[in-house]
Design a protein around this ligand. Structure first.
Ligand SMILES: *[C@@H]1O[C@H](CO)[C@@H](O)[C@H](O)[C@H]1NC(C)=O
Ligand SMILES: *[C@@H]1O[C@H](CO)[C@@H](O)[C@H](O)[C@H]1NC(C)=O
Ligand SMILES: *[C@@H]1O[C@H](CO)[C@@H](O)[C@H](O)[C@H]1NC(C)=O
Ligand SMILES: *[C@@H]1O[C@H](CO)[C@@H](O)[C@H](O)[C@H]1NC(C)=O
Ligand SMILES: *[C@@H]1O[C@H](CO)[C@@H](O)[C@H](O)[C@H]1NC(C)=O
Ligand SMILES: *[C@@H]1O[C@H](CO)[C@@H](O)[C@H](O)[C@H]1NC(C)=O
Ligand SMILES: *[C@@H]1O[C@H](CO)[C@@H](O)[C@H](O)[C@H]1NC(C)=O
Ligand SMILES: *[C@@H]1O[C@H](CO)[C@@H](O)[C@H](O)[C@H]1NC(C)=O
Ligand SMILES: *[C@@H]1O[C@H](CO)[C@@H](O)[C@H](O)[C@H]1NC(C)=O
Length: 834
């Protein structure tokens, strides 16, 4: 971000290049630059410009500034955004120059005369140079063939028209971006750690994201065929796509959120020094660039962002792109007091305290480089041990330096033996990180002194609302806000203490009750009784003064402003269906966003479905209950999609979000939250969640492609398989021959062996085989890769009920395609629309 500021500064420099200078002496330089010309760091107003002055090449002051001043020879876009620099940012002193030598070489020379960089084009017959309107600096020979170009020597930015081939690389510090020959795009840290990987050939089970097959069109490409020479290109309208001779049309990898908007806008792809790759757009002459798409949604997931042993966390709610870093505890100290991103070091090295180490416990924290394929690397060993052995195993091991237990019901333990690792803390994350330290674990001096205590924050604040309001400096805005507040109080039927209000309203009205933060703190006894946690927030049991039991969900990140939040809440509140969890009210005070729901007595489906062996098998859900739960959830989702006033795409369907009331009726929860979490409808919280959740996410969503309600159908199909089998769909075991459960089901079904699919705990006589068969076929249709092949939820209900005869879908392998209309702006588009 900070380099953007400098880019603005540079804009000033370009403006300083007054017409007088350009017209008299440098007019010829507007087109062809001849050998013998040079640019001086001491005369920054002297520039080489492209024909319509869209781009210019000249010296700009170093960023950050140095003492004595130093300069970089850079290409800037109109307005001053730097897009390329000679030698990827080599600094020269104030006597430095860029010389176009008569031999044809372009040289960057320091004041002392040292050649710091050269294009290596001497003797190739270079006759002249141009700066193209595309932003490329090109050296030509006399028959006008390009001998060298800046486009072929990228730094950290890719401009429209600049082809990026396998073998090319964008670099920024330790981070690099490459495309593999198979069309996969990868972000790496220090060449070794891959923390982002997406591509044309993100094929089944090979890809860590799960079942992602993107852009494959079997009519033209054959999965076993290879790409010949894939080229990644950012189209000027803001579409990032891969083309190849074997592909009939380019495969779209990403859309910039302002794609095809504006007329005089430059879009570019940049690998930042924060390790994230983003598409920016800059309006001509504005000097500012706005990020429009990011490869890694959650900045904390960029490997090494907080350096070695650093802990990454989001200090401000809803700011996933600007996290903070700190050291794990008092056993560590920052490497640099100026820059927390440099990481931390141990005060006492582990080798200096043999046999006297303990495991430091960091709640709500996990490794930032959680691998999505835990078995792939030996540094990340998975054992089925419980929490305590996750600690003990690491403590006893000589090579283990840290471990993490997932605490999400999977009892997964990750261990780490490398010196370089970092953590990611999210207040509602169900997971604990243990770091081996010498002696006793000490509290974190920084965290505790900052009074990070979440609950204490509000208790003394009666005027929380006014505090929010007075922050903006525009007085009119304040008056408007107060006016709105008063108006709201007058016109809202919910005046007075909300506890009574709730009693009054009962379940008749769809007007959400507004609770104060204090009321919810009291009803949940200070958020003591935590009953669950998801990506969007933790859920606590609470009792209202009316004695009604409620579930209070405390969102931990919401980007929505107050008014938008209220609007969305009223949408959610207005959806009533037997199979949807009823929202009663909400609280929106300062940065706190809480939602109050009816309480489902039997908890969530996952706790009943995936029981651990030691539980009594009598509590196993009967087939009848399971089938009704499946049907009920389908009806609830169908209502969300098609019948309610404002249709809602759920985007987070999984057993954890299907609750069961006292009669085991399914109640879908958490709907509408995807939107609440981010006004632009992105799915940040989703992709930032733990590995397993990705198995419910449809391929097109994982691929950042336009998403419709069909994404929910995919997730529901996975849940349906889990209801049938009592196993997680991502589970890989010996039973399933090393295949992912969802893949294996299909094989078994084709062989006619239903019995191997259904839960072994179910008594054979109680199972209605006809229902089982219908449910399996329905599930297999739901989990098609191609969204258009999945049925609608209404059809799913009909299929389950047996009102619609369906055949087994064709084998998966023949349909590896995901094709999208070029415009994602159709009405049903959810993710990238608007
Ligand atoms: C430069 O601007 C002129 C007039 O606006 C336009 O006709 C021409 O196509 C532009 N040249 C390039 C290379 O974009
Ligand atoms: C360029 O010259 C200056 C002063 O002569 C010197 O301090 C600096 O280190 C030189 N830069 C490089 C990259 O050699
Ligand atoms: C210019 O370069 C092209 C391609 O490299 C080459 O074929 C041609 O002979 C060169 N022309 C001159 C005059 O060197
Ligand atoms: C896709 O990946 C598979 C397995 O890694 C490989 O065999 C195949 O050649 C790849 N196809 C393309 C088009 O790169
Ligand atoms: C990066 O990798 C190199 C070689 O593998 C290694 O020597 C170096 O220590 C690594 N850098 C960091 C910061 O770990
Ligand atoms: C797919 O490609 C492989 C290897 O190039 C070839 O053997 C096979 O016949 C092709 N299949 C189809 C359906 O074209
Ligand atoms: C972490 O959580 C456990 C269980 O909730 C609690 O006993 C422990 O005190 C917590 N540790 C820290 C450092 O907050
Ligand atoms: C272990 O470390 C603690 C605290 O640093 C120290 O008091 C104790 O003497 C050490 N014990 C051994 C056996 O080194
Ligand atoms: C932190 O909070 C405690 C009471 O909760 C208070 O006594 C202390 O002064 C606070 N510290 C800071 C640095 O604000």
């Amino acid at each position: 971000m900070s380099d953007l500021l400098l880019m603005i500064l540079v804009g000033v420099v370009v403006v300083v290049a007054s017409p007088a200078v350009v017209c008299s002496q440098q007019q010829w330089q507007q087109q062809r630059v001849l050998p013998g010309s040079s640019l001086q760091a001491s005369a920054p107003s002297l520039i080489w410009s492209s024909i319509n002055a869209t781009f210019s090449l000249g010296f700009v002051p170093a960023n950050p500034p140095t003492d004595p001043a130093s300069f970089v020879a850079s290409i800037a876009y109109s307005g001053g955004i730097l897009v390329w620099s000679v030698g990827n940012g080599i600094l020269v002193d104030s006597q430095g120059s860029l010389q176009f030598h008569s031999t044809g070489d372009l040289l960057l020379v320091n004041g002392s005369g040292t050649i710091l960089w050269k294009s290596g084009t001497s003797g190739l017959g270079v006759a002249f140079a141009t700066l193209e309107e595309s932003g490329s600096l090109v050296l030509w020979n006399s028959s006008s063939n390009a001998v060298w170009s800046s486009f072929d020597n990228p730094n950290d930015i890719l401009l429209p028209g600049q082809g990026f081939k396998a073998g090319d690389v964008l670099r920024s510090g330790l981070y690099s971006f490459r495309m593999l020959l198979n069309g996969n795009l990868m972000l790496r840290w220090n060449e070794t750690v891959v923390y982002w990987d997406q591509g044309v050939n993100s094929s089944v089970d090979v890809n860590p994201w799960g079942n992602v097959v993107k852009g494959y069109n079997p009519r033209f490409v054959n999965l076993s065929a290879t790409l010949q020479s894939p080229t990644l290109e950012l189209q000027a309208v803001g579409i990032l796509a891969i083309s190849d001779p074997v592909l009939s049309s380019p495969v779209i990898m990403a859309y910039s959120s302002d794609f095809a908007e504006g007329t005089d806008v430059l879009r570019f792809l940049k690998l930042g020094n924060d390790g994230n790759m983003k598409i920016y757009s800059s309006e001509r002459g504005s000097g500012t660039a706005i990020p429009r798409w990011a490869a890694v949604q959650d900045q904390c997931q960029v490997f090494g962002y907080c350096g070695s042993l650093g802990i990454c966390f989001h200090s401000k709610l809803g700011q996933q792109d600007n996290p903070s870093c700190e050291c794990p505890s008092g056993n560590f100290e920052p490497i640099s007091t100026q820059d927390a991103r440099k990481g931390c070091k141990r005060k006492v090295e582990l080798k200096n305290c043999p046999g006297n180490s303990t495991m430091l416990e960091l709640n709500h924290t996990r490794f930032s480089d959680y691998k999505r394929e835990p078995l792939a690397k030996n540094e990340l060993r998975v054992s089925e041990s419980a929490r305590s052995s996750c600690i003990l195993d690491c403590l006893k091991s000589n090579i283990c330096v840290a471990s993490a237990s997932a605490d999400d019901g999977t009892r997964t333990c990750y261990t780490q033996s490398s010196d370089f690792f970092s953590g990611y803390r999210v207040s509602s994350l169900p997971g604990t990180l243990y770091i081996k330290v010498c002696g006793q674990g000490l509290p974190n001096p920084v965290s505790s002194s900052k009074n990070m205590s979440e609950n204490a924050d509000f208790l003394g604040l009666d005027h929380g609302f006014l505090v929010v309001v007075t922050v903006p400096s525009v007085v009119g805005f304040i008056i408007f806000q107060i006016g709105f507040f008063l108006w709201y109080r007058w016109n809202s039927p919910v005046i007075g203490r909300s506890l009574d209000r709730y009693k009054l309203l009962e379940y008749v009205s769809s007007v959400p009750v507004q609770f104060t933060y204090k009321e919810l703190v009291i009803s949940t006894k200070g958020f003591k009784d935590r009953v669950g946690a998801g990506e969007s927030g933790a859920v606590y049991r609470g009792v209202l003064s009316s004695r009604d039991i409620v579930a209070v969900k405390r969102l931990y990140e919401s980007n929505l402003g107050e008014m938008d939040f209220r609007k969305k809440v009223s949408t959610i509140c207005s959806t009533h269906h037997l199979n949807l969890v009823r929202m009663i009210g909400y609280c929106c005070q300062k940065t706190e966003r809480l939602l109050v729901y009816e309480f489902a007595k039997n908890g969530s489906l996952d706790s009943l479905l995936f029981q651990t062996e030691d539980r009594n098998s009598l509590t196993c859900l009967s087939w009848e209950k399971r089938f009704n739960i499946a049907l009920g959830s389908a009806k609830g989702i169908a209502y969300l999609h098609e019948e309610c006033r404002e249709c809602i795409v759920h985007l987070n369907i999984k057993p954890e979000n299907i609750l069961l009331d006292e009669n085991y009726h399914a109640k879908v929860s958490d709907f509408g939250l995807a939107e609440l979490m981010d006004p632009r409808g992105h799915h940040r919280q989703e992709l930032s969640s733990i590995q397993q959740t990705s198995s419910y996410i449809s391929p097109e969503r994982l691929a950042n492609l336009p998403t419709t309600s069909k994404a929910d159908i995919y997730s529901f199909g996975m849940v349906l398989l889990e209801i049938l089998s009592g196993r997680r769909s991502y589970e890989v075991s010996i039973d399933t021959g090393g295949l992912k459960f969802s893949t294996w089901v299909r094989e078994q079904f084709e062989k006619g062996s239903f019995l191997s699919i259904i839960d072994r705990r179910l008594a054979k006589g109680d199972v209605d085989m006809e229902q089982v068969q219908r449910a399996i076929i329905t599930a297999l249709w739901c989990i098609r890769n191609q969204p258009s092949q999945r049925p609608t939820m209404r059809r799913v209900v009909q299929m389950l009920e047996g009102h619609l005869e369906v055949e087994l879908p064709p084998p998966l392998d023949s349909v590896h395609e995901l094709s999208y209309p070029i415009s994602p702006n159709s009405k049903s588009t959810f993710i990238h629309g608007a």
